[in-house]
Design a binder for this molecule. Structure first.
Ligand code: ATP
Length: 361
C-alpha cells in the first residue's frame, strides 16, 4: 500500500520552548517498497514513523495509507493505531519475557479473537517464514539477540499487515549479527508483497536494505532517491556527506564542455559530472575516497590528474587509508593495500569525471 504524507508538521513543547520535530513534510512512500528514513539523531525520523502509526498526532497536514485518510487536521480524521492495519518492530524488541515464542507471535491474533486453529496455522506459517520453526515452546528470553529480533518480526507479520514499520530494529545487535540480520531482513522483505518503512541513522544499513532512502535534517526531508542515487549523485552537500565518507572541496564553476562541467578548485581545474549550474557560481566538489586512483608514469596524460603528497597512511585491512595533501586541501583516499607507498611520498592520482560530483554548497 502506498503511504502519502502531505504538509505534516509536529511540534513538541518542552522547558518553555517549541521544538519543530517535523517541518512541513511531504512524502510519497510507494507500495511494496522498502523505504528508509535516514538522518542524524533528533532529525524527526521516529516522530514521522509514530505519526504514520498513529502514536503521535501531527499539528498540521494529512496522512493516507492505501488511499484511506488515517489522519487529517482539516477533515478532523484520526484513525486509531490498531485500525490502520500496520505491523511494527521496535528497537527494543518488545517481546514479552514471560511468554514463549508461540505466545509472543500469537498475541496480536489472540487480542483480535481469531479462532484457535487459525492462530496455530498462521503462527506456524510465520515462524517457518522467519526460520524459527521448532522454537515454539522456547521461553523468549532463552533466545539469541538475532532470534529475538526474528520473533519480533514474526509478531509484526502474523496479522498479515500491508505495511510494516521498523524503528532502528537492529541497533541492539553486535556488529556481525547486525550484518547477518540485515541480510535476512532484506531477503524476508523481498519475499513479501509489503510496504516497509524503516528508520535508522546507520547509513550502511540504509544503503544495504532500501529501495529508496529519504534523508532528513531538522524535521525536513532534504532528498529522496535510490541508494545509488543518494550515494553517487546526491544534489545536496549534507546528503553526500551524511551517506558516506566524502572529500568536499570548494569550487567555482568555470565552463560547460562536452557534456561535463568544469570547475576551478584547490585541486586545479576538475572535469565533473554535468550539473545545471551557472558559470561563475560557487559549488562544492564531492569526491569519495574510493574514487581517488593513484597512477604511475604511463597514465600521466589522463584527465583530472592531480599531484600531491601522502601525509598519513593507515592500513585498515582491505585498503590503505591515505591522507593526501594538495595545497590547502587534505584528501582522504582508499588505496590498494599492495601499493608500495610510504608517508611523505609524492603521488599522482586521477579522478574519474563520472565520480566528481558537484553538490549545492
Ligand atoms: P534518534 O535517531 O535519536 O532516535 P530521531 O531522528 O528519531 O532521533 P525524534 O525522536 O523524532 O528524532 O525527535 C525529533 C525532535 O523532537 C528532537 O529534537 C527530540 O528531542 C524532540 N522530541 C521527540 N519526542 C519528544 C517529546 N515527547 N517531547 C519533547 N520533545 C521531543
Amino acid at each position: 500500500m502506498e503511504i502519502r504524507i502531505k504538509g505534516v508538521s509536529k511540534y513538541y513543547y518542552a522547558e518553555g520552548k517549541t521544538i519543530k520535530a517535523l517541518d512541513d513534510v511531504n512524502l510519497v512512500i510507494p507500495a511494496n517498497h522498502i523505504f528508509t528514513l535516514l538522518g542524524p539523531s533528533g532529525c524527526g525520523k521516529t516522530t514521522l514513523l509514530r505519526c504514520i502509526v498513529g502514536l503521535e498526532m501531527p499539528d498540521t497536514g494529512e496522512i493516507s495509507i492505501g488511499g484511506d485518510v488515517v489522519w487529517s487536521k482539516a477533515k478532523n480524521i484520526s484513525v486509531p493505531p490498531e485500525k490502520r492495519g500496520l505491523g511494527m518492530v521496535f528497537q527494543t524488541y518488545a517481546i514479552w519475557p514471560h511468554m514463549n515464542v508461540f505466545d509472543n507471535v500469537a498475541y496480536p491474533l489472540q487480542v483480535r479473537n481469531v479462532p484457535r486453529d487459525v492462530i496455530r496455522q498462521r503462527v506456524e506459517k510465520t515462524l517457518h517464514f522467519v526460520q524459527l520453526e521448532g522454537f515454539e515452546k522456547r521461553p523468549a528470553t532463552k533466545l539469541s539477540g538475532g532470534q529475538q529480533q526474528r520473533v519480533a518480526l514474526a509478531r509484526a507479520l502474523v496479522a498479515e499487515p500491508k505495511v510494516i514499520l521498523f524503528d532502528e530494529p537492529l541497533s541492539n545487535l553486535d556488529a556481525k549479527l547486525r550484518e547477518e540480520t540485515r541480510k535476512e531482513l532484506r531477503a524476508f522483505l523481498g519475499k513479501l508483497q509489503i510496504t516497509a518503512v524503516y528508520v535508522t541513522h546507520d547509513r550502511v544499513e540504509a544503503l544495504a536494505l532500501s529501495d529508496s532512502i529519504a534523508v532528513m535534517r531538522a524535521g525536513k526531508i532534504i532528498e529522496v532517491g535510490t541508494p545509488k542515487k543518494i550515494y553517487f549523485d546526491a544534489d545536496h552537500r549534507f546528503v553526500a556527506d551524511f551517506i558516506g565518507r566524502a572529500n568536499l572541496v570548494k569550487a567555482t564553476v568555470r565552463a560547460e564542455e562536452g557534456g561535463f562541467t568544469i570547475v576551478d578548485s584547490g585541486l586545479g581545474a576538475i572535469t565533473c559530472q554535468h550539473r545545471d549550474v551557472a558559470i561563475g557560481s560557487e559549488a562544492t566538489l564531492c569526491i569519495r575516497p574510493e574514487f581517488i586512483r593513484i597512477v604511475r608514469g604511463e597514465a600521466a596524460a589522463a584527465s583530472n590528474l592531480v599531484n600531491g603528497r601522502i601525509e598519513t597512511l593507515v592500513f585498515v585491512g582491505e585498503a590503505y587509508e591515505a591522507e593526501i595533501r594538495v595545497g590547502d586541501e587534505l584528501l582522504l583516499a582508499k588505496i590498494d593495500p599492495e601499493a608500495q607507498l610510504n608517508e611523505g611520498d609524492a603521488v599522482s592520482f586521477t579522478l574519474d569525471p563520472a565520480h566528481c560530483l558537484l553538490v549545492a554548497i
